[in-house]
Write a protein that binds this ligand. Structure first.
Ligand SMILES: [Zn+2]
Length: 529
């Protein structure tokens, strides 16, 4: 589909910014931060959070891999369900501490009968909670005691690729503790998001970190008791820790922490400085940071995890100098995308592409290397995603191979870049801010995002999102460039991929003799010749 590009001056060269998607090779665009962050409360204690509350008191015995805890769960009486089902890790037992409520194991009670214990997946036992006689009434408060062993050493899944870390559904060990929703160490009654307060008793040289605000650290005999509280609505409770040295910096309702295995003041200072500046930058760009603290926690095996209000990085990863401005801002930014605006996974995980775009990519762009970063992203898509490995973004959950990374991070990142070019920086940032404001502590899908950006920009962006999220593949172009006269050049762009043509605007950059900056013309390409 030929289009003419005119110029008043002599065109001596034409340079096409044509790759798989759209690559603005010549015109760096910068995201201008908007007005300063508004002074809203940082810990979004909202109505939903108050509905379900877990008050937990736990003791951890690392050498024996044991946990012994009391979880008092309060919630409004469920209307339709008399029996609430939940699953716990195979090594845990549970009992009700109030005779008004009954907990019973479902099934044959055989340990390990529920699921196989492959890495990343617990052996589970199923339980039922119900009122003994009668039904649920008023506001319910059920005290449960849970105790037993959680010890699944981290393993690399078979067939994993080089970037994969070992995974475990949960472990309590002398080296440290890591428990999450996938550990099934607390009953998840499917009553919706919840707030919690947790006191944890550990050896005296240990620290543990959860979501929320740390209320206290106290010495109790030869042990230490640490209390955390999260008022923001959560979907699971993370507990990470071990023998750790603490560094802390407090200010303006926000506390920054670094927890390391060995004292290293200089390293801690670098992470505290970086956290302060990235949190300020993203708060200004997107809206106020949603949590009362941010912590970097050194893990006891290699990971790169981002939880609400903290990140868990492995010992080697933490000491790689480039992490400070690559993985670290990425994990910090997940507090906006993924860890407060939650992903509605039924419609595809959009948060990795957006986080990569506004962290890894934005850092590079700030150094004048944005185009290079995007070109590498496109090259990875072309190299790693064979036709039979391709899938639409709506099917992306998490990366587990170079191909899933090239789609779920790479192709997704380019969608955000195309959206930004289409809307301009101001509307793009306004859309991001509205997405954060509306989506905080809710599950959001690509469909919701298309609605929000359509509303902000006053355009129907649903077809754009549909094209890039619901189908596989990417356009491939053939380019012809012919000079018609000293001042005219004809550019012909053909879509040559198999399958239906895409509809997109391809930026074509023309460099004019005597001028350093290229002239960029957006060419609409929407059919095949
Ligand atoms: Zn990520």
């Amino acid at each position: 589909m030929p289009r003419q590009a005119r110029s008043n001056e002599t065109v001596v060269a034409c340079l096409a910014a044509v790759t798989l998607f759209v690559w603005t090779g010549c015109r760096p665009v910068s995201i201008a931060p908007r007005a300063a962050a508004e002074g809203k409360a940082r810990s979004g204690g909202n109505v939903a959070a108050a509905l379900v509350f877990h008050r937990i008191e736990a003791t951890i015995d690392p050498a024996e891999h044991r946990i012994d805890l009391r979880d008092e769960i309060s919630f409004p009486a469920p209307k339709r369900r008399r029996r609430l089902s939940f699953a716990l890790a195979g090594g845990l037992d549970v009992e009700s501490l109030d005779p008004a409520y009954e907990v019973a194991e479902v099934g044959d009670g055989t340990r390990g009968a529920r699921t196989s214990g492959s890495p990343g997946e617990s052996v589970l036992r199923a339980w039922m909670l119900s009122p003994r006689g009668g039904s649920w009434t008023g506001r319910v408060s059920v005290p449960l005691r849970i105790r037993g062993v959680v010890h699944e050493p981290p393993q690399v899944e078979e067939g994993e690729y080089a970037r994969a870390f070992s995974r475990t559904p949960g472990i309590i060990d002398s080296a440290g503790v890591y428990l999450s929703g996938a550990s099934h160490w607390l009953p998840q009654l499917e009553l919706g998001p919840f707030a919690f307060e947790i006191g944890v008793t550990v050896p005296s040289d240990w620290h543990v970190i959860c979501q929320g605000r740390r209320l206290s650290v106290a010495k109790e005999g030869d042990r230490r008791r640490i209390v955390w509280r999260s008022d923001a609505p959560m979907q699971e409770v993370y507990l990470a820790g071990g023998p750790l040295v603490e560094y802390r910096r407090s200010g303006e309702g926000l506390t920054l922490y670094v927890f390391l295995h060995r004292a290293d003041e200089a390293l801690a200072a670098r992470y505290l400085d970086a956290a302060a500046s990235y949190l300020a930058m993203y708060s200004q760009l997107l809206g106020p940071y949603p949590y009362p603290k941010f912590a970097l926690v050194e893990n006891f095996w290699e990971t790169g995890y981002g939880m609400p209000s903290f990140t868990l990085l492995g010992p080697r990863v933490i000491r790689l100098p480039f992490i400070l401005h690559s993985s670290y801002p990425h994990e910090i930014l997940h507090n906006w995308w993924g860890n407060s605006v939650y992903v509605d996974e039924s419609g595809g995980n959009w948060s990795e592409g957006l986080t990569a775009y506004l962290a890894d990519h934005l850092v590079k762009e700030g150094r004048g290397q944005g185009a290079e970063y995007r070109r590498d992203t496109l090259a990875r898509y072309r190299s790693y995603v064979r036709e039979n490995e391709d899938f639409p973004l709506t099917e992306f959950r998490e990366r587990h191979s170079p191909a899933t990374e090239a789609v779920g991070y790479g192709k997704s990142l380019m969608l955000w870049h195309m959206l930004r070019r289409r809307l301009g920086d101001e509307a793009f940032v306004a859309g991001l801010r509205r997405l954060y404001e509306r989506g905080r502590f809710r599950r959001v899908s690509f469909g919701d995002i298309a609605e929000i950006f359509s509303e902000v920009s006053n355009r129907d962006l649903r077809p754009l999102f549909a094209q890039w999220t619901r189908r596989t593949g990417a356009p491939e172009f053939a380019l012809q460039c012919r000079r018609l006269s000293p001042s005219r050049v004809r550019v012909r762009i053909e879509q040559i991929q198999s399958g239906a043509p895409f509809r997109l605007r391809v930026p074509v950059a023309l460099t004019v003799e005597g001028k350093a900056e290229a002239q960029v013309v957006d060419v609409l390409v929407d059919r095949r010749v």
